[in-house]
Design a protein around this ligand. Structure first.
Ligand code: SF4
Length: 336
């Protein structure tokens, strides 16, 4: 338990997007996150992977307090982040930071890099020498001190994201949410950002929740991988096990279409799987398994009965009827 930085238990976020009609005021609801449980251990990188609309970014926004859950709990080092609604204790807020996908819109264009980096320090580290701290932060991310006088629009996309990472480190967080931190950048700078994140994690014992749609990126970055589909987790495993023995048909479909660079990776890559059906509307999810409209292994039961998350081997869980003799799982969704 001491080892677990973040625990989500049956986490839900349902958005009301309208009403059926003027007469019938029954709400139309999108279940962006619908009963998600996971744990992030200290010092690890949990890759939360899914297509657009899977609910992964909503989990990120709930974790940093931008969105309040509709149900369930989020525990940060044993403390309920929403015990007081959205107004969490300041000490907790400074421990969890986020790096957004688009550094261009997350940095204020009217402020210098110095002003941008000073802002969290003024709030969370009053009394420190701000100038010195800014130089220290720039040094941490390998940017020269003169960058403090520049404005964001004078920097490249990669440099802006590096400044966003430095800002996230300003409060000495223990958990950093990385919300697609490289997907808005050129391929040539993605590797540089990833290497920087890995180095910072080692140096500062950081824990990462890495949100991405890019499963191939997780092969060399994640300690564990969780796959999301339409608001729910459908498979979780240690990264090595995950890439060698993917179990859920959706995971196999994703893995079958990602590029590999070595013969060893090619040997364990599932054969190309073509999805047959359409992605269901999140407003009107199908009965049974929500993946059944696209699943190449669909069975009759899948159209009627919603599968539960079951343990398939140590540390490996999947939500699928194909696993006939499920290992018992706790109410939070992990094997007993
Ligand atoms: Fe496919 Fe059925 Fe498993 Fe869903 S429960 S992933 S439809 S086999």
């Amino acid at each position: 338990m001491d080892d677990e930085v973040l625990i989500a238990q049956d986490l839900k976020k349902h958005f009301v997007i309208g009403y059926e009609s003027l007469m019938n005021r029954r709400p139309i609801t999108v279940k962006a996150v619908d009963g998600v449980s996971f744990r992030v251990r200290r010092g690890e990188t949990l890759g939360l992977v899914g297509e657009s609309g899977s609910g992964k970014s909503t989990i990120a926004y709930m974790t940093v307090g931008m969105v309040q859950p509709s149900g369930g709990t989020l525990l940060f080092r044993g403390q309920d982040l929403f015990a007081n609604g959205l107004k969490r204790a300041l000490p907790l807020r400074k421990e969890i930071q986020i790096v957004f996908q688009d550094p261009g819109s997350s940095l204020n264009p009217r402020r210098t890099i110095q002003q941008i980096l000073e802002l969290p320090l003024r709030i969370h580290a009053p009394g420190k020498d701000l100038g010195q701290e800014v130089v220290r932060l720039l040094d941490l991310v390998d940017l020269p001190p003169e960058y403090m006088h520049k404005y964001p629009q004078m920097l490249s996309g990669g440099e802006k994201q590096i400044v966003a990472i430095a800002r996230a480190l300003a409060t000495n967080p223990s958990l950093v949410i990385l919300d697609e931190p490289t997907s808005a950048l050129d391929v040539s700078v993605q590797g540089k950002i990833i290497n920087l994140l890995i180095r910072l994690q080692r140096e500062f014992d950081l824990t990462y929740l890495f949100i991405t749609h890019d499963l191939s990126l997780m092969r060399n970055v994640a300690s564990r991988v969780a796959i999301m589909y339409l608001g729910r987790i459908c498979e979780v495993a240690d990264a090595a096990e995950f890439f060698q023995f993917p179990q859920h048909p959706y995971t196999q479909m994703l893995l079958s279409s990602i590029p590999v660079v070595s013969e060893a990776e090619e040997a364990v890559k599932p054969k190309k799987i073509i999805s047959t059906g359409e992605i269901p509307s999140p407003v009107n999810l199908p009965k049974g398994c929500s993946f059944h409209t696209r699943c190449p292994q669909v069975m009759d039961i899948c159209k009627h009965v919603d599968p539960i998350l079951v343990g398939t081997s140590a540390g490996h869980t999947a939500r699928c009827h194909l696993f006939e003799q499920p290992v018992e799982v706790t109410a939070q969704g992990w094997p007993t």
